[in-house]
Design a protein around this ligand. Structure first.
Ligand SMILES: Cc1cc2nc3c(=O)[nH]c(=O)nc-3n(C[C@H](O)[C@H](O)[C@H](O)COP(=O)(O)OP(=O)(O)OC[C@H]3O[C@@H](n4cnc5c(N)ncnc54)[C@H](O)[C@@H]3O)c2cc1C
Length: 498
C-alpha cells in the first residue's frame, strides 16, 4: 500500500488550467488589468508545452532575431501570477451549475492539489491520440497534434455537465508522408500542385479547403490512383534550398528525409497523406459551448483556445484573442461576486483524492494502460472513421464503436499506477475514452455529410441544407444527451447557464 499523497489546499481568485498559448496570454491580461491573484496549473512546463512546442511556423515568421517574445518569460515577470508546473488537473469542483475550483496532482512529487478559485479558465487544448496514428510503435507519437493534449478540459467539462458542441467536426491534417511535416509550405511556397501516381493534377476536382484536399487524396487512393504527391520535381535549386531551410526550422525530419534519400525536392515529388482525426476547436469547431464572453454553461467557468468550440480556424491568434476576451470577462465578473462554496465542495474534493489513491493502490486488471490505449485507437480507426476506413463510417459501425469503447472504459477503471507518471497516463486514457464516447454520439447525430473526411457519413453522403444546426451534448446522470441548437446569427450569443 503506497503512502497517501500529501494534500495541499490553495486559494486563488482565478485558476487557469493549461499554460499554453491561451492560458499564458490570459494570465498576462488579468495581471495587467486587475489586482486579482492568478494561478496557472500546467501539466508540463509553461516554458515549452502544448501546440507552440509542437511547432508553429506561421507566427515565428514574423519574429526577428533578438525580439522573440516568449510568453512564458512574460508570465513569470507578471505581478500576482503563480505557476504550478508539472501539475495535472483532473476534475473541476462544481455545485449548482457554478465552478469553485479544481483538483489535480503533481507528476513529479507525491502531492495532490485542491485549488479553490472564484473563477476558472480552461485552456487545456484539444485531444490527440483517440485514433490509431499514422506511425506505429516507437514512432506513434510522431503525430500532428501534441500527444500530451489528451482532451482533459473537455472531459472535466463533460463530467461536470457542461454543454459541448460540434465534436463531429473532426480535424484531419494533410501532411508529408511518415514525417507528418506540414504541406502548406510546399503548396504555397513553391506553388506545388497535388498530383496522383499518373502525374495528373487532381486538387481542382475536389476543392482546396483542408477537408477537400484530404478527401481528394483519399478518393484518388480509393480509385487506385495512389500514391499521391505534391509535385515539387522541376523546381529550381534555389527553391530546393528554401524548402530545406524552411523545414529545418519547423519540421527537421522532412529535411533529414530529403538529405537521407540523396534526392532534393526538385528531383522527387513529396508523398502526402492524411493524419488520424483529432478533436481541436482551434482548427474546427469542437469544444465547450461558450457565449460571446467565452463563459461555458457552468457559471464562472470560461474556455479559450483549442478547448473552446463553435469558432473554427482560430489558430494561435484566435487562442490569444479568446484568452483576452475570457480574461476581461472574468475581471468583470469578479468585481461583483459574492458566491461562497459550501461543504459539498470539500466532499467532492475528498472523493477525487480517494480516486487517486484507488488507482495508486490498485493492481492492473486484465490489461495495461498501453494495451487499452491501443485497443481504443484500433476501435476508433476501424469503426469510427479513422485512416483504415478512409475516414468514413455508417451507423452500424458507430454502434459497434460505442459498444467497444464503453467496454474499454469499464476496463480502464481497473488500471493501477506504480508512480505519479503512471497516474497521469491512467487519467489520460480515461480522458480519451470519454472524448471518444462523446465524439461517437455526435457523429451519429449529424445525419448528413457537411465536411468531407471530417464527417463522412456513408448513410447520409450528401450535405442537407436543412440541417443547419449545431449538434451539442451534455452528460446527464452518466448518459450523453444530444441537443440541437439553432445557428447563431448576429454578433452576440448569450446562453442561460441552465
Ligand atoms: C503542429 C502544429 C502547427 C501549428 N501551426 C500553426 C501556425 O502555423 N499558425 C497558427 O496560427 N496556428 C498554428 N497551430 C495552431 C495553434 O498552435 C493552436 O491553435 C494554439 O496554440 C492553441 O492554443 P491553446 O492554448 O488552446 O492550446 P495549447 O497551447 O496546446 O495549450 C494547452 C496547454 O494545456 C496543458 N494541459 C493539457 N491538459 C492539462 C491538464 N489536465 N492539466 C494542466 N495542464 C494541461 C498542455 O500541456 C498545454 O500546455 C498549429 C498547431 C499545431 C499542433
Amino acid at each position: 500500500m503506497s503512502k497517501p499523497l500529501q494534500v495541499k489546499h490553495l486559494h486563488t481568485d482565478v485558476l487557469i488550467i493549461g499554460g499554453g498559448t491561451a492560458g499564458c496570454y490570459a494570465a498576462l491580461t488579468i495581471s495587467r488589468n486587475s489586482g486579482l491573484n492568478i494561478l496557472v496549473a500546467e501539466k508540463a512546463n509553461i516554458k515549452r508545452s502544448g501546440c507552440l512546442a509542437a511547432g508553429v511556423n506561421a507566427i515565428n515568421a514574423y519574429i526577428v532575431k533578438g525580439r522573440r517574445p516568449l510568453l512564458a518569460d512574460a508570465v513569470y515577470k507578471s505581478e500576482n501570477v503563480d505557476v504550478l508546473n508539472y501539475v495535472n488537473i483532473t476534475d473541476l469542483l462544481t455545485e449548482n451549475g457554478r465552478v469553485y475550483g479544481a483538483v489535480g496532482f503533481s507528476i513529479m512529487e507525491e502531492t495532490a492539489y485542491v485549488i479553490h478559485a472564484k473563477a476558472v479558465l480552461i485552456a487545456t487544448g484539444g485531444a490527440a491520440g483517440l485514433y490509431k496514428p499514422n506511425n506505429p510503435g516507437f514512432s506513434r507519437h510522431k503525430m500532428w497534434y501534441p500527444p500530451f493534449n489528451t482532451g482533459a478540459g473537455y472531459t472535466m467539462g463533460i463530467r461536470s455537465g457542461a454543454e459541448m458542441t460540434t465534436f463531429e467536426m473532426r480535424f484531419i491534417a494533410l501532411r508529408c508522408k511518415d514525417t507528418i511535416a506540414p504541406t502548406g509550405t510546399i503548396a504555397q511556397g513553391v506553388q506545388a500542385k497535388q498530383v496522383n501516381s499518373k502525374g495528373e493534377v487532381y486538387e481542382h476536382i475536389y476543392g482546396l479547403t483542408t477537408s477537400q484536399r484530404v478527401y481528394g487524396t483519399v478518393k484518388e487512393n480509393q480509385l487506385g490512383h495512389g500514391p499521391c504527391y505534391l509535385k515539387t520535381s522541376g523546381i529550381t535549386s534555389e527553391q530546393d534550398q528554401d524548402l530545406l531551410k524552411a523545414y529545418l526550422n519547423m519540421a527537421p525530419s522532412q529535411t533529414l528525409k530529403w538529405i537521407e534519400s540523396g534526392k532534393m525536392p526538385s528531383e522527387q515529388d513529396v508523398e502526402i497523406q492524411g493524419t488520424e482525426p483529432y478533436i481541436v476547436g482551434g482548427h474546427t469547431a469542437s469544444g465547450f459551448w461558450v457565449d460571446t464572453r467565452r463563459e461555458t454553461t457552468i457559471h464562472g467557468l470560461y474556455a479559450a483556445g483549442d478547448v473552446a468550440g463553435g469558432c473554427p480556424q482560430k489558430y494561435v491568434t484566435g487562442a490569444l484573442a479568446e484568452g483576452k476576451i475570457a480574461s476581461l470577462a472574468i475581471i468583470e465578473q469578479l468585481k461583483d461576486d459574492h458566491s461562497e462554496e459550501t461543504s459539498e465542495i470539500e466532499k467532492q474534493a475528498q472523493m477525487i483524492l480517494a480516486d487517486y489513491e484507488k488507482i495508486r493502490n490498485g493492481e492492473n486488471g486484465l490489461f495495461t494502460i498501453d494495451e487499452l490505449e491501443e485497443a481504443m485507437q484500433k476501435v476508433m480507426d476501424e469503426y469510427a472513421g479513422g485512416i483504415a476506413s478512409n475516414y468514413q463510417f455508417n451507423e452500424k459501425q458507430l454502434n459497434l464503436a460505442e459498444e467497444k469503447i464503453t467496454r474499454l472504459s469499464e476496463l480502464a477503471d481497473q488500471v493501477g499506477a506504480e508512480d505519479m507518471h503512471e497516474l497521469l497516463f491512467a487519467y489520460e486514457l480515461k480522458e480519451r475514452l470519454l472524448v471518444c464516447q462523446v465524439l461517437i454520439e455526435h457523429l451519429k447525430n449529424r445525419k448528413e455529410t457537411r465536411w468531407h473526411s471530417f464527417n463522412e457519413n456513408l448513410d447520409y453522403p450528401e450535405t442537407d441544407q436543412k440541417f443547419e444546426k449545431y449538434v451539442n451534448s451534455r452528460m446527464e446522470d452518466g448518459k450523453i444527451r444530444i441537443l440541437f441548437r439553432d445557428l447563431v446569427k448576429g454578433d452576440t450569443y448569450e446562453h442561460t447557464n441552465s
